[in-house]
Ligand binder design. Sequence first.
Ligand code: PLP
Length: 365
Amino acid sequence: MIFNTNLNAIATYQAGKPIEEVIRVYGIDAKNIIKLASNENPYGCSPLVSQAICANASKVSLYPDDSMVDLKEALAKKYNLNAEHFIIGAGSDQIIEFCIRAKCQQDSKILMAKTTFAMYEIYAKQSGCQIIKTKSDMHNLKEFKELYRMHHPDIIFLCVPNNPLGECLDFSEVHDFLKEIDKNTLVVLDGAYQEYATYRDVNKAILVDVVQEFENVVYLKTFSKIYGLGGMRLGYGIASEMIMEYLYKIRPPFNVSSLSLLCGIEALKDENFIQKSLEQNAIEMQKYEIFAQENKIKYIESFTNFITFFLENQKCKSSEIAEFLMQNGVIIRDLKSYGLNAIRITIGTLEQNLKVFSLLKEKIS
Ligand SMILES: *Cc1c(COP(=O)(O)O)cnc(C)c1O
C-alpha cells in the first residue's frame, strides 16, 4: 500500500519510556521506578486539581464546552489580554501542529535550531515542509538571521528555553530579532519552560505584549511541565486575532477533554504550588551542577527543570549509562537520537536525585 510519501522521511517519535514498560521489561517493582525522562513536575500537581477530577468524575459522558470559555477567561485574566487571543490544545504539541498546518504547504520552509524540540520537525515533515536548521546546536540568532534572509521561511521556531539542551535566549535578544522579521513569517515562541527560566533570570521572561506588538508571533505555553498536568494533555497558544482566525480553522471540535479544561482552571488558582515547585527545582538543580563540576562532566546552564550532561570525556557512552540507570529503575533520556553523546535528566525530588547521583557515580570516571 502506498501511504502519504511525506511520512517516509519521519522516524516515529520515541517518547520517554513509561513506568509500565520498565516494570514489564526489567521486572522492577513499580515503587522502585523513578521517571526523569519527560520533564514532568516531580511534586505532582496541585491538590485542587485532584479534587476537581474526583468532584467531576460523573460528568464525563458529555462532550466538553467547545468554546472553552472558562479556561480562556482564566487565562485572559492571568495575562491581562482578551480571551480572543487564546487557543487551547491537547498539549501545546497540538498548537505546534495547528501552526504548521495553518501556515505551510508542500515544500514550505521551516527554520529551527539544530538541536531542539523534536515535534517541530515531525509535524513539519508530515506537511511535506523543508526543514532548515542552524549549524549551532544551541539557538544562535545571528545564524537564524542569515538563514532567514537566505530562505525566507514560512515559520521560525524559537524554543525559549530550549529542550533538550536547556539554554535560553534573553527576551531582549528575541525582541530585537522579531523586529527584523517580515510579517509574512510566523514566529513561534515555545515557552514550555518559561516559569523555570523566569525564576532563574528575569531577563529570560517573554513579555506577553509581544503578541500585540508583533502580529506574526505565536507564544506557546503548556500545563504539562510545572503545572504537573502531563497526563491531562493541555496547552495553549497566545497570538493576534489574525493568527487565531486561521488556527481555529484547523482545530477539530472538542479537541480537549472536559476534565482537562477543569484541571487547567484549578491549576491556575494555585500560585503557591508553582512557587514551591520553582524553589525546590532551583535547590535540586544546583546539586546537579555541583555533581557535574565535581565529576568533570560538561553541562550547559539550564533554565528549565532538566539538565543535560555531555559525556565526551567519560568512559561510558550515553546509551550505556541510560541502560544502566534503567536496569536500576531510573528512566532518563538518552540524546543519542539527536546525534549527541549526552543524557538529559529531569530534576527530581531530593530522594530521587540522590539515587541518580549514586548510580551515575558508579559509571562515571
Ligand atoms: C513538553 C514540551 C512541549 C509540549 O508539551 P505538551 O505536553 O504537548 O503540552 C512543547 N515544547 C517543548 C519544548 C516541550 O519540552
